[in-house]
Design a protein around this ligand. Structure first.
Ligand SMILES: Nc1nc2c(ncn2[C@@H]2O[C@H](COP(=O)(O)OP(=O)(O)OP(=O)(O)O)[C@@H](O)[C@H]2O)c(=O)[nH]1
Ligand SMILES: [Mg+2]
Ligand SMILES: [Zn+2]
Length: 370
């Protein structure tokens, strides 16, 4: 590494990125993307760069190739430099991890529908915080949304962590809610956070040490930006000031943005997610429902569909109350969606596209395996 590279290590720059940096270019990390341009952080500080022609062409063919928040990129001198020192974003370096969402899938008679183009929500993240707000009342959190975001998080190659945000709103129901969420997220750390009053923030901070990068995903109004501000120790992101009357359809954060935290580590704040489809169809769903797979190993028939077969260990677990029926339904829905995605005619192409952009993920997955 060169001297200037060492300044970037705190931002997550490693030898494996350096190995892909073309000669004569400058490395930078993308902090924010606007149409056709990006705010990047270089060893010399922040600057704004436009996408070069090759990057624009690649992104037109394949949206996954579009530079994204968290990406490491190569900056090259502008081809016809009328501005001295002018740089453009010339190349996206292969991603270590990437959160890729599919097109919005709507249930229809023939199964899920929707397009199968992907969008990278964040790149090179180590930790994926799934933020689900606690609510007052009989239905204190949306467990299905947690499961869906966990599948996406596992597919990314990063480590998921569930945050029950606005935990103060759950009142006495909080311990029970946390226990239920823990059952919904096997093998995943679960924390209660009330960022507005500073509770649980230290536990979140504990996941973002050194030069790690985290991203926070969740619905609008979950308190994501409030948490990011609590971590940053200052008002870096605007938060929802007055509660919208119906609480819906108001997005305070509109850009995904990478924020460097005092004391090291980075967090990417994101706009609220309304509905997110699966894109990659690897081990994600299986990991979210690890206990269902374990139970299924005890079914009499190895191809048991857990519908009505004799000797079905999954149905027996439902009968005994060990497995909530909601959990099996949710598993079925996500499995169906993943299978539908995998069966699309462009599935092979899609897998190749992601592989091309995510070279080191396999090794990462091996390391993350509990
Ligand atoms: N009761 C309670 N309210 C909170 C807490 N954290 C945030 N809020 C409030 O929840 C509302 C939404 O907070 P934001 O941080 O803007 O939510 P967000 O997830 O960033 O929303 P988007 O940017 O729209 O995706 C604000 O009015 C916050 O003050 C908390 O710990 N407890
Ligand atoms: Mg926000
Ligand atoms: Zn079975």
């Amino acid at each position: 590494m060169t001297v200037s590279d060492s300044d970037l290590r705190g931002l997550g720059w490693t030898e494996s990125f350096a190995a892909h940096l073309p000669a004569g270019t400058v490395p930078a990390r993308v902090a924010r993307v606007d149409r056709g341009a990006a705010e990047v952080i270089t060893a010399d500080g922040p600057r704004r760069v436009r996408f070069g022609a090759r990057v624009r062409r690649a992104a037109a063919d394949d949206p996954v190739a579009l530079p994204c928040v968290g990406d490491w990129v190569a900056l090259a001198p502008l081809p016809a430099a009328d501005v001295a020192g002018g740089l453009e974003l010339a190349k996206v370096l292969p991603r270590r991890t990437a959160i890729v969402r599919g097109g919005v899938a709507r249930p229809s008679r023939g199964g899920p529908s929707g397009d199968s183009t992907g969008q990278v929500l964040a790149a090179n993240v180590d930790v994926v915080f799934v933020a689900e707000p606690a609510r007052h009342g009989p239905d204190p959190a949306n467990l299905g949304r947690i499961e869906r975001l966990l599948a996406l998080a596992w597919e990314s190659g990063g480590t998921p962590v569930v945050l029950i945000t606005k935990a103060d709103l759950a009142g006495d129901a909080l311990p029970e809610l946390l226990a239920e969420v823990a059952r919904t997220a096997p093998g995943v750390a679960v924390h209660a956070v009330a960022a507005r009053i500073g509770e649980g923030v230290a536990a979140v901070r504990g996941h973002i040490g050194g030069s790690r990068t985290a991203v926070v995903l969740g619905p609008s109004g979950a308190g994501k930006s409030t948490l990011v501000n609590a971590l940053a120790g200052e008002e870096v992101m605007p938060t929802q000031q007055v509660r919208a009357r119906d609480g819906r359809g108001r997005h305070t954060t509109v850009h995904r943005e990478l924020i460097a935290l005092p004391g090291g580590g980075m967090i990417i704040d994101t706009p609220g997610i309304r509905r997110v489809g699966l894109y990659e169809t690897g081990e994600g769903v299986g990991r979210v429902f690890a206990e269902v797979d374990e139970l299924a190993a005890g079914c009499r028939f190895s191809d048991c569909a857990h519908e009505s077969e004799p000797g079905c260990a999954v149905l027996a677990a439902i009968e005994s109350g060990e497995l909530p029926p909601r959990r099996l339904e949710s598993w079925r829905r996500l499995r169906r969606e993943a299978e539908w995605m995998a069966s699309r005619t462009d599935a092979r192409l899609r897998a190749e596209q992601v592989r091309r952009w995510k070279v080191i993920t396999k090794a990462m997955r091996g390391r993350n395996r509990p």
